[in-house]
Design a protein around this ligand. Structure first.
Ligand code: GLU
Length: 553
């Protein structure tokens, strides 16, 4: 009579017919990394089930920071084992969103169909062989068994458990297939019956395990006692099994993920132990929340309800990725904004961020805050950078604007340079999608002339206008034409006796502003006119038709 070990080996051989590498071979191939002591290996492991939203990025952002500050590695792994839930352009969407997010990926999936690094493949659907090696090892040790229960039987089991008021799931006495004889298991496997591979859990829910979470501290959780599915009936692993194997073989040291995985953390701890792997450090982050427009209450940011929080939507709107990073830093640690005020020019990587200071309950996604942060980020950029980024955005989303910007680079850079660089730079745009609205009047093709009811002001000004005037001379000229036109050159004096004047110098410059820009509000008019240049200013001051008196159609 063969002993238990031999019988388990026979079962493993019946389940895994094709030759597989041994665990030792994989261990050797994916050897421990040669990294300095303390270097963090982090991974972002999205499933291609839909688009990424800003809440998903928070995890990836933390991964990047952890790797950066320790001289480690950040890798991207695609968890595509659930083909039923996979969105049509799920994979390309992730690749595109990550590229647009601009945090850099050291290893893993670095482009559509492109992987980089020695620990791959980094796409779970291409790692079946690896998972099977470890699943087989568990079967050989009597730690996994085939379960022949059909979906219908499992439904019925849940129903019974519900009516008896006990925990639902496949465990203990409810785990029917757990106690089938190995001979029967082999016979049914060989007969071609459908089966899943389940863990034979040694867990006991009355005992506790302790896990240190990097955000939440010490967690005491009941042991996991469910015989969960490791391999589905098509041989594809579940997340629970696959990520344990992957995090081990990719030599991940820090796993940052959503707190919805806290419930299965004891299972994962158990799997790491049974497989003889060291568990990475976990950081469970709370999902980003949103104020619900209808109920006014807080809810999780949702792919379905919040399409504007999708990375692709933010990119289309032209939010620079530096602004996304900066915004996420404010979400990450509440002391970030004080640090930023004290270190306005410092690179983000210098911020001493702390996982312990992360909010254990979900931070609120605040689009207005993102807009404000983005305005500040753009206001700190140099004109050249604004030009480069706005041009790249327009190249994708506003071709007319793109071509105009490209036609005269120096002119467009000068335009973006107005009111930039000083102590209080102008914060006129929060995203590149606002560039057209903010700057269109600089381009004759987009300029919308306004009819003026004060043609005499334009005429008088045109006579003395000189493009060479510095700001003081410019303003002095503006004042010099006031009295002749019936406007007070001094605002205070005007306020003392408004009945004596048609208006004051502000109204004179306002009329000129409207004539040359078509707007009542612009950045500094002298600077704007300087960029527009003499020919354009003269043309706009001249071309304007005389006012059509109101009431005469
Ligand atoms: N694929 C999982 C998800 O998209 C990732 C979980 C993890 O990071 O371990 O939710």
């Amino acid at each position: 009579m063969p002993d238990a070990h031999q019988r388990a080996a026979a079962l493993a051989a019946a389940i895994f017919e094709s030759p597989l590498k041994s665990p030792a071979e994989w261990e050797k191939k994916f050897h421990p990394r040669a990294l300095p002591e303390g270097a963090a290996v982090t991974r972002f492991a999205p499933s291609p089930t839909g688009f990424l939203h800003i809440g998903n990025l928070l995890g990836a952002f933390v991964d990047r920071l952890l790797a950066d500050r320790s001289g480690g590695v950040f890798l991207l792994r695609l968890e595509d084992t659930d083909k039923k839930r996979e969105a049509e352009d799920g994979v390309s969407g992730i690749v595109r969103d990550m590229r647009d997010f601009g945090i850099g990926i050291d290893e893993g999936v670095v482009g559509f169909g492109r992987e980089k690094g020695d620990y791959g493949p980094y796409t779970q659907s291409q790692r079946k062989e690896i998972y099977h090696t470890y699943a087989k090892a568990l079967v050989e040790q009597g730690l996994a068994y085939p379960c022949f229960c059909s979906a219908g039987e499992l439904d019925a089991l849940r129903g019974t458990q519900e009516s008896e008021g006990v925990n639902k799931g496949y465990y203990g006495k409810w785990a029917k297939c757990r106690d089938l004889s190995i001979e029967e298991q082999i016979r049914r496997v060989q007969a071609g019956e459908a089966y899943t591979l389940r863990l034979r859990s040694p867990g006991d829910a009355s005992r506790k395990i302790v896990v240190q979470d990097l955000i939440r501290g010490k967690l005491e959780l009941p042991e996991y006692d469910m015989d969960v599915v490791l391999l589905k009936s098509d041989g594809i692993p579940t997340y629970n099994f696959a990520h344990v194997v992957d995090d081990h073989l990719m030599r991940v040291t820090h796993a940052v993920r959503g707190d919805e995985f806290l419930a299965t953390l004891p299972l994962h701890a158990q799997l790491f132990r049974l497989l003889g792997f060291k568990m990475p450090k976990y950081a469970h982050i709370a999902p980003m929340m949103r104020l619900d427009a209808e109920t006014g209450g807080k809810r999780k940011l949702s792919k379905r309800k919040d399409p504007e929080a999708a990375v692709s939507a933010l990119v289309r709107a032209g939010v620079p990725n530096a602004a996304l990073h900066e915004y996420l830093a404010t979400v990450l640690n509440s002391n970030f904004e004080d640090w930023r005020r004290a270190n306005p020019g410092a690179p983000l990587s210098e911020f001493p961020f702390s996982l312990k200071k992360m909010p254990p309950s979900g931070a609120l996604f605040d689009p207005q805050k993102l807009e404000d942060v983005s305005k500040t980020v753009i206001s700190r950029m140099g004109a050249e950078e604004v030009y480069e980024q706005a041009l790249a955005w327009a190249g994708a989303y506003d071709h007319e604007l793109h071509d105009l910007m490209l036609a005269d680079e120096a002119y467009t850079v000068a335009m973006f340079g107005i009111d930039r660089g000083g102590k209080k730079p102008r914060k006129d745009i929060a995203r590149w999608g606002q560039a057209r609205e903010a700057f269109s009047y600089f381009f004759d093709e987009l300029f919308e002339p306004q009819i003026t009811d004060k043609p005499e002001i334009l005429k008088a000004y045109l006579d003395i206008y000189s493009v060479d005037d510095d700001k003081d001379a410019w303003f002095a000229k503006m004042k010099s034409i006031c009295e002749g036109l019936g406007y007070c050159p001094d605002v205070k004096a005007y306020k003392a006796a408004p009945e004596q004047w048609k208006g004051h110098v502000g109204d004179v410059s306002g009329a000129i502003r409207i004539a040359v820009t078509g707007r009542a509000n612009t950045p500094d008019l002298w600077a704007v006119m300087g960029v527009l240049g003499e020919a354009r200013v003269r043309a706009r001051l001249t071309r304007l038709p005389t006012a059509v008196p109101t009431g005469c159609a």
